[in-house]
Design a protein. Structure first.
Ligand code: AMP
Length: 287
């Protein structure tokens, strides 16, 4: 496994591999790798000849500096995990390599960035889309894999790749969960034991939504079912729950018969446990 810290070196390697006919699969991450990331890496390996993983905690996408500062950065463990997973190259740039003096361009998501996580995290998606555009420019992958865990991010990046003709295939990978159902996240390590136990209320609340959606078309009632589960948990603080069209990300008020198919409508929620914010989402009607 080879590690690059400069975008130019990364691109030179990628161009060299491409010139020999090899295909490149890319998994962008912020490190603190867990088995969710490993699943994305395995997915990339099935689709392409060489897997590149980037590890970069992108300051542009954090709207709270404490969240950026406290983000876990176990780089040695991450490199060992990539090596063990058969990753060909890790791109781990420094902040100054990504954003040198004079850097000024931003890529803006359109209206897909204005809903759900958008209002809660001003500037977040602009930061994500800008860094992903830059990472794609350095890694030049044929395929890039993103998790459905960050469903809105996946949708926005898919749109960017199409709108800007980036020539990369964007793949969404299903959410990987702990055995008890909690979606894996690098932020989970910041939960105390009590908070970790309480966090199971998040996937349970989405289960309640799925049950409720079988009985009603009223989205307010479905969202109330989510809130009711979270409110039962004293360590949890509910931020938002939304039921939305999986393509347009527009909020849905009332379910219609055409919504009741797998892949049409999702539900997403954000819940705080102390200063840790967890997000989760799922298909409201699975196959
Ligand atoms: P992050 O390091 O949190 O920025 O995540 C890097 C990539 O891994 C993103 O595309 C995430 O959506 C994806 N990811 C993170 N956690 C999970 C998970 N539990 N299941 C599937 N994908 C995930």
């Amino acid at each position: 496994m080879i590690t690059f810290s400069s975008p130019a070196d990364m691109r030179a390697w990628a161009d060299q591999q491409r010139s020999t006919g090899k295909t490149i699969g890319f998994v962008p991450t912020m490190g603190a790798l867990h088995s969710g990331h490993a699943a994305l890496i395995a997915d990339a390996a099935r689709r392409t000849d060489l897997v590149v993983v980037s590890i970069f905690v992108n300051p542009l996408q954090f709207n709270e500096s404490t969240d950026f500062d406290s983000y876990p950065r176990p780089i040695d463990d991450d490199l060992a995990a990539c090596d063990a997973a058969g990753v060909a190259a890790v791109f781990a740039p420094t902040t100054s390599a990504m954003y040198p003096p004079g850097f000024q361009t931003r890529v803006l998501p359109g209206s897909l960035g204005d809903v759900m996580e958008g209002p809660s995290r001003p500037g977040h998606f602009e930061g994500v889309v800008t860094v992903v555009a830059k990472l794609l420019g350095a890694v030049r992958p044929h395929v890039a894999i993103f998790g459905q865990k960050d469903f809105q991010q996946l949708r926005i990046i898919t749109q960017m790749a199409a709108d800007l003709e980036l020539g990369v295939e964007i793949i969404g990978h299903p959410i990987v969960r702990d055995p008890d159902g909690l979606a894996q996240s690098s932020r989970n390590v910041r939960l105390s034991a009590d908070q970790r136990a309480a966090a199971i209320s998040v996937p349970h609340s989405l289960d309640a939504a799925v049950r409720s959606a079988n009985d009603t078309d009223n989205v307010e009632a479905i969202v109330s079912a989510v809130r009711a589960v979270v409110i039962e948990e004293p360590l949890a603080e509910h931020e938002y729950t939304t039921v939305f069209d999986a393509t347009t990300l527009e909020a849905i008020d009332t379910l219609a018969p055409e919504h009741r198919f797998a892949g049409k409508v999702r539900i997403a929620t954000a819940v705080w446990f102390g200063d840790v914010r967890l997000i989760d989402n799922r298909d409201l009607f699975s196959a």
